[in-house]
Design a protein around this ligand. Sequence first.
Ligand SMILES: NC(=O)c1ccc[n+]([C@@H]2O[C@H](COP(=O)([O-])OP(=O)(O)OC[C@H]3O[C@@H](n4cnc5c(N)ncnc54)[C@H](OP(=O)(O)O)[C@@H]3O)[C@@H](O)[C@H]2O)c1
Length: 236
Amino acid sequence: MNLEKPLVIITGASKGIGYKTAETFLDNRFDVLNVSRNACTLTGVSNIKLDLISATDEAIKNKLSSHVPHTRRIILIHNSSVCYNDTVQNFNAAHWQDTLRLNVTIPALLSQWLLPQMMPQSAIVFIGSTLSEKAVGNTCSYTVSKHAVLGLMRTVCQDLAGKFIHTCCVCPGVTDTEMFRLRVENNPALLAKLTRLQSDDRLLQPQEIAEAIFMAATHPIFNGAVLHANGGQIER
Ligand SMILES: NC(=O)c1ccc[n+]([C@@H]2O[C@H](COP(=O)([O-])OP(=O)(O)OC[C@H]3O[C@@H](n4cnc5c(N)ncnc54)[C@H](OP(=O)(O)O)[C@@H]3O)[C@@H](O)[C@H]2O)c1
């Protein structure tokens, strides 16, 4: 890695929105480091292959410090997440713990561990969801976690005041990725319903969200902002 170049660290860049975000930063001459169980296959991306739910905090911290030994401009993007279909009546305690660990605790810990390496002009971008600010049925643990992500971003903004490191939360709408396809698998009625949520009656593309993330990460004016990237979601 060239220490003159800024570094973007993305959790979950092996596919979906994270993959397209990695590609966008590569195109803009950033060094890119992915953290996920599978590698990001884009040429030029470095990978830390880890399960962020089951790996110990110490193992994650050690891997990170060996890949990021020096202080530099870093854009940290908290993108990986897990989503179970569950309700307050039937949620599984183990799934609840895993969801809060990957979606909330890991972003908090990675931020804490990497902040000492982050020069001014660095940024921390959280990926929320429309479900950071509203709820729908059958996504209980995920919705709780995405509300917490927004609270975490707001806290980070206050705690980093004056450090010239900005933070924000990009909240995608319904985007055509593996996570989304698993949710609507064998349920064409749900697929049609979720597609119709976008005001122009289409699924969002991961590239569109990646471009919103890039803008948020590289413009400090968005410090503390919640950026809705949902194509104008219709309330039904
Ligand atoms: N798609 C949507 O409609 C939508 C809507 C709103 C918000 N979002 C948010 O956008 C972000 C990206 O979602 P996506 O749709 O692109 O999801 P995706 O295609 O399912 O990708 C999820 C990423 O998270 C990684 N990941 C999952 N479990 C992991 C684990 N235990 N340890 C390490 N990495 C793990 C996956 O990598 P590995 O499998 O290689 O580990 C993968 O790269 C998420 O925060 C999601 O909540 C998505």
